[in-house]
Design a binder for this molecule. Structure first.
Ligand code: CP3
Length: 348
């Protein structure tokens, strides 16, 4: 397994080696911008799609059929583990995710189930194994989870949020409750990620979309430790490279000293060269991933090509290696042809 992995450009770059070619994939590369995704989704709700390995594998393959990508990321969602902890997850049209029974007291935390990743979330592993049967040897399979704070934010608010008021109430008025919740999520997340590696994941990614929603001091003392413990633990136990995405995180880079990630995924608000400098400054020699603004894919072809060329130039000296990606997930209005243009320009 290890020697097979070492021939995949994404894994080579993640480990800081010179890759056979410049690796590229797109966050949310499976999704509503593809008509073939919307066709599958027309008959099934999102959570059912995640629970059915045949459908999850099908939509995971869809972008790989269209584009020459170096990785596939398993089709699922960071909130799927919440269902194994006892919350019900629904997606109402146009309203984003909803979780039943928001977690706001110590009694709520205690009543959450200690999920058994193999038993309760085994369908994600089955989807990974099935997806792998049709990947090319050079393509890496990425498994993922949400970082504890980002997942906790949805569990506490019960939905997406702008102000995160319920989360902040716990941070400032009832710290033991959120600390206990982060611990509980972390335990499940470690088992869940290791299960994905057993099923065939070649690399793991931890999405911390809301890392930028708290002050640097709170991030450092409350959020980074549980996140980094997961990164370190799964890396030690599985040997696969780990990618960390601190969303809205330019300023978070200063707080990442000691981070166990092999790759930091940079959002589009930050220059790759600045991210590289800050990370080196806190003692991290890591690979960078990112960070084209996903809305840049709306640009006319020549403009888009020039943005990709500029990013290639910047990436060359920004870090030990680079994985081309967007700086946040693709949006439903992304023109599918734009991904071909980006890949073509990158391969020149
Ligand atoms: O990247 C991939 O192709 C893999 C699949 C993936 C999805 N969600 C599929 C999805 C991944 C890695 C995620 C992660 C995720 N989910 C994050 C972290 C990354 C990020 O984008 O910041 C977050 C915060 C979520 C929570 C979530 N899931 C939200 C807020 C939404 C609704 C947003 C929207 O566009 O409606 C989802 C739903 C979701 N997850 C969809 C997909 C393809 C759309 C569902 C649909 O078909 O309607």
């Amino acid at each position: 397994m290890t020697s097979e992995r070492s021939k995949k450009p994404l894994i080579q770059a993640a480990r800081g080696e010179e890759p056979d070619r410049w690796p590229v994939w797109f966050m949310r590369q499976a999704g509503r911008y593809l008509p073939e995704y919307r066709a599958v989704r027309a008959d099934v709700d999102f959570v059912t799609m995640c629970r059915r390995p045949d459908l999850a594998a099908e939509v995971t393959w869809q972008p790989l059929r269209r584009y020459d990508l170096d990785a596939s990321i398993i089709f699922s969602d960071i909130l799927i583990p919440c269902t194994a902890m006892g919350q019900e997850l629904t997606f109402d049209k146009g309203h984003g995710p909803k979780l039943s029974a928001p977690v706001r007291t110590m009694a709520d935390v205690k009543s959450l189930k200690r999920a058994d990743a193999n038993k309760d979330l085994g369908y994600v592993g089955d989807a990974i194994s099935l997806t792998k049967t049709k990947l090319k040897p050079a393509q890496a399979m990425i498994g993922f989870a949400g970082a504890p704070f980002t997942v906790a934010s949805y569990m506490i608010e019960g939905q997406g949020s702008k102000e995160f008021t319920e989360v902040k109430k716990l941070i400032f008025c009832d710290r033991p409750v959120i600390t206990a919740l982060l611990e509980k999520i972390s335990e499940v997340t470690v088992d869940y990620l290791l299960m994905q590696v057993k099923a065939g994941a070649d690399a793991l990614m931890l999405f911390d979309t809301w890392a930028g929603q708290v002050s640097p001091a709170i991030y450092k003392e409350l959020i980074f430790p549980s996140t980094n413990q997961i990164l370190a633990q799964v890396k030690r136990a599985s040997g696969v490279p780990v990618i960390y995405f601190p969303g809205q995180g330019s300023d978070r880079m200063y707080e990442l000293s000691g981070c166990a990630a092999d790759v930091i995924s940079v959002d589009w608000r930050t220059r790759l060269s600045n991210a590289g400098k800050i990370l080196k400054g806190v003692g991290l020699d890591v690979t960078l991933q990112g960070n084209l603004d996903p809305q840049a894919l709306l640009a006319p072809e020549e403009e888009l090509r020039s943005l990709v060329r500029a990013m290639k130039e910047e990436a060359k000296s920004a870090a030990r290696a680079h994985i081309f990606n967007v700086g946040h997930g693709l949006l439903p209005h992304t023109p599918p042809e734009s991904l071909s243009i980006v890949i073509d320009e990158l391969r020149k």
